[in-house]
Design a protein around this ligand. Structure first.
Ligand code: ADP
Ligand code: MG
Length: 226
């Protein structure tokens, strides 16, 4: 399915929130690097998908009714074999069916660790569509070290969003830590901006976390609201 078809499928189902696999499908269509994210509706299917992707894997709850997956024990990281996948599947589903009897899981490869950042789009009532960039975790949530720009964002604006963070040195390298791949982040910011410009039905996006390496960057989790 192309981007328009995915968005139309969700809209016609009366939903506003795209599940992670749907959101990541859209991102990968426009060239944003994401972890593959495969839907599984049974325990055996989850094991099958894990075998195809290769261990270690991550299992996550998949439901249009569950937006914050780890809040309800819906994320199991670093599963190394089929036994762990089966156990995680049962634990996740036991909690999820209480909220959504049609809940399923997604299976994805466990990504290597790197520096975590967030990329978001929000609809500011005063200013309109705004792009957000910040360092992950405590930097955003506690220190509020985030930069904003009105959309659309070009290369120069994307670059200055990254460099204007107070914690920029965490990306550019300090105390012997090598610099993170800033070009890969700029590329993601521009592609997010272009995506929202091309599909104005996208109201909100939250790529959290995006992990950035010395070479390349990868979206580990994505929410899209239409
Ligand atoms: P939530 O819906 O709670 O935001 P996430 O998908 O972001 O759930 O998962 C929670 C955390 O698990 C992430 O912040 C990230 O640190 C980690 N994580 C998620 N997906 C992966 C992955 N594919 N590889 C490694 N770590 C992951
Ligand atoms: Mg997340």
């Amino acid at each position: 399915m192309n981007v328009a078809e995915i968005l139309e499928l969700v809209r016609s189902a009366g939903r506003r929130y795209l599940c992670e696999d749907e959101a990541k499908e859209i991102l990968s269509r426009v060239g944003i690097p994401v972890t593959p994210c495969r839907l599984a509706r049974t325990e055996d299917e989850a094991v099958e998908r894990a075998g195809e992707l290769g261990y270690p894997v991550v299992l996550k709850v998949r439901s249009p009714l569950i937006v914050h997956k780890s809040d309800t024990g819906g994320v199991a990281l670093n599963l190394v074999d089929s036994r762990q996948v089966r156990r995680a599947y049962r634990e996740i589903m036991a909690r999820a069916v209480a909220v959504d009897p049609a809940a399923a899981v997604t299976v994805q490869p466990m990504a290597e660790s790197g520096r975590e950042v967030i990329v978001g789009v929000t609809d500011d009532r005063q200013f309109g569509a705004v792009l957000l960039f910040g360092l992950g975790g405590v930097f955003t949530e506690i220190l509020g070290d985030v930069s904003f720009r009105l959309l659309p964002v070009d290369r120069d604006a994307a670059c200055s969003m990254i460099r204007s963070l107070r914690g920029y040195r965490l990306l550019s390298g300090y105390r012997g830590a090598p610099p993170a791949d800033e070009e890969a982040l700029i590329d993601i910011l521009i592609k997010v901006s272009d995506l929202v410009a091309a599909y104005p039905q996208i109201r909100e996006m939250d790529l959290n976390p995006v992990v950035v390496y010395e070479r390349g960057a990868l979206v580990l989790d994505a929410r899209i609201f239409i």
